[in-house]
Every structure is written in C-alpha cells, then in structure tokens.
Design a protein around this ligand. Structure first.
Ligand SMILES: Nc1ncnc2c1ncn2[C@@H]1O[C@H](COP(=O)(O)OP(=O)(O)O)[C@@H](O)[C@H]1O
Ligand SMILES: [Mg+2]
Length: 229
C-alpha cells in the first residue's frame, strides 16, 4: 500500500519567554492511500500544529515530513504553495469562506489560483456543490447559509482541485451533533466513493469513532492507536 504522508521524528517547538515550549516531541506517522485517519487528543496536545505541518503551512523544528515521497524540506516556497493548492485540501472549524463571495465563487477560488479557465471552473464548482447537496444554494453568500451548509461549501472547495489528501481540523467543532454527524458522513462518502485519503483531527470521541484508524495524541506524542474498520 502506498504511503501518502509520513513524518519521521517530527518535532515542533515555539519560543516562550526565555525558554521553549515543546509542542511535538517526535511524531512518527504513516498515512496510507485511501485511509480515513482520525487523530484525537485533548485541547493543547498539538493536533493543529501537527496538521498544519502535514499541510506545509508550518515548518518543523526537527524531523521530516514526506508527502508522496518528497521531503518537504527540499521544496521552496513556490513549490510548497503549489503542493498546498493541488495536492492537499483543507477544511477548518470556522469554515474560512470569503464573506462577499457566493458559494459558487468560494468553490471556484482554488481553481482560479491554479489557473483553471473560468468556464471549467464554473462547471466543476457547480458539480461539486451538487454532490454536497447544495444545488439550490449556489448563489447564497456564507451569511445566508447555516453552519452545516457553510461547512459543505468548504468541503466542496477543499475537493475542487482534486487533492489526494484532505486535512480536516475540528470540522464538526462549530456544529451541533446531528449536523456534525452529517458532515462526517459526507466526508466518509468521499473516502469510500472517490478513495480520498483523510486526516481528521478532533477532541470529540464520537467523531473520532467514525474513522477507520484512530491515533491518540497527548502532550505532543502518540500514545496509542486503534484500527476501527
Ligand atoms: N504559533 C504558536 N506560537 C506559540 N505557541 C503555539 C503556537 N501555536 C500553538 N502553540 C501552542 O502549542 C500548543 C499546542 O497547540 P495546538 O497544536 O493548537 O493544540 P490542539 O490543536 O491540540 O488544541 C498549545 O500550548 C499552544 O498554545
Ligand atoms: Mg486545534
């Protein structure tokens, strides 16, 4: 089975006053193509720090991150930006949609950055919005959508450049439990039907239980893992 992402002895520390705060203390993780992995841990355990480094949004203090066989430390800023735009989809807790854009334009944005012609952008964005159940809401702005609908727009946006991996940070954290469950079902459907690889971080055990593999993070180290299906 092919490894999509791997960390080797990954460490991250932040300066804090005169000393350093060690947030990740040596993480060895392999994510295999097509798996749905959840990383669960209490608040402050380093989950977002880890996910941001997997997504090339931040750099390690020590250790390596390898994406599709490439050590990220060998890439320059342009190459990292390109990787984020084409290979990785991000979904966040607070949706991070552009308020003045309607749903369709929000989903088109990553394609505009990738240089996809406008007609094709419209077509692909429309199709994805249909797939996430928002066919009738394409011309609504974020403020005119519910939290669950906004998260569906964000999921469509994350998928639109056909990334191989989706990184999801507390994506149900701002939703009620029923809506959160529906969003998880939607993510799982993209995993099952399109073989997308997911790395999802959460502090919520009910959400984590829906994943295929559950990795537990505490104080910047992995303390255990379980295969759930
Ligand atoms: N940019 C930063 N500068 C300094 N400290 C940070 C920074 N980002 C995160 N931290 C600290 O690192 C620890 C882990 O944060 P985070 O990865 O966000 O945890 P989690 O997502 O598990 O709640 C926290 O103590 C947090 O305050
Ligand atoms: Mg976090």
């Amino acid at each position: 089975m092919s490894v999509v992402m791997e960390t080797v002895g990954l460490e991250k520390e932040y300066p804090q006053g005169g000393s350093v705060l060690r947030v990740l203390k040596g993480i060895d993780l392999k994510v295999v193509k097509g798996e749905f992995m959840a990383i669960m841990g209490p608040s402050g355990s380093g989950k977002s720090t880890l996910l941001n480094m997997l997504g090339a949004l931040d750099k390690p203090s020590a250790g390596k991150i390898i994406v599709h066989g490439t050590d990220l430390s060998t890439l320059n800023d342009n190459e990292l930006a390109d990787l984020r735009n084409k290979e990785i989809g991000f979904v966040f807790q607070f949706f991070n949609l552009i308020p003045r854009f309607d749903a369709l334009k929000n989903v088109e944005l990553p394609m505009a950055i990738a240089g996809v012609p406008s007609r094709e952008r419209r077509e692909r964005a429309g199709k994805l919005l249909e797939l996430v159940g928002l066919k009738e809401r394409m011309d609504h702005k974020p403020a005119e959508l519910s939290g669950g609908e906004q998260q569906r727009v964000a999921i469509a946006r994350a998928l639109v450049n056909e990334p191989s991996v989706l990184l999801c940070d507390e994506v149900t954290g701002n939703l009620d439990s029923k809506t959160g469950f529906e969003v998880m079902e939607l993510l799982l459907s993209f995993n099952k039907e399109q073989g997308k690889t997911f790395i999802l971080i959460t502090h919520d055990p009910n959400v984590a239980q829906m994943a295929q593999r559950l990795v537990q993070l505490q104080d910047g180290i992995i303390i255990g893992e379980k295969q759930l299906w």
